[in-house]
Design a protein. Structure first.
Length: 79
């Protein structure tokens, strides 16, 4: 099993788990991963934010509009 699937979900799925499936990942999160996840998040933000601001300006929008792209979560398609 991979690191994120070390703890398989319980046989009965609760309403909270159906509503927020990421809860199971948070519950099995290991503290030693935190340093690497913070570095990865900063690295991605250092590239994504200036790129999104630039694309907003190229499209003729205010640079602040570009901040919404990399900071707000993207909702996946229902299909």
């Amino acid at each position: 099993m991979s690191a994120l699937t070390d703890h398989p979900p319980a046989s009965g799925t609760t309403a909270l788990a159906r509503l927020a499936p990421g809860i199971s990942v948070v519950r099995s999160y290991r503290r030693e991963w935190l340093r690497f996840d913070v570095v990865a998040g900063i690295s991605v933000a250092a590239v994504a934010i200036p790129t999104a601001v630039a694309y907003a300006q190229i499209a003729g929008f205010s640079p602040i509009v570009g901040l919404y792209g990399p900071t707000l979560p993207v909702r996946s398609a229902p299909w």
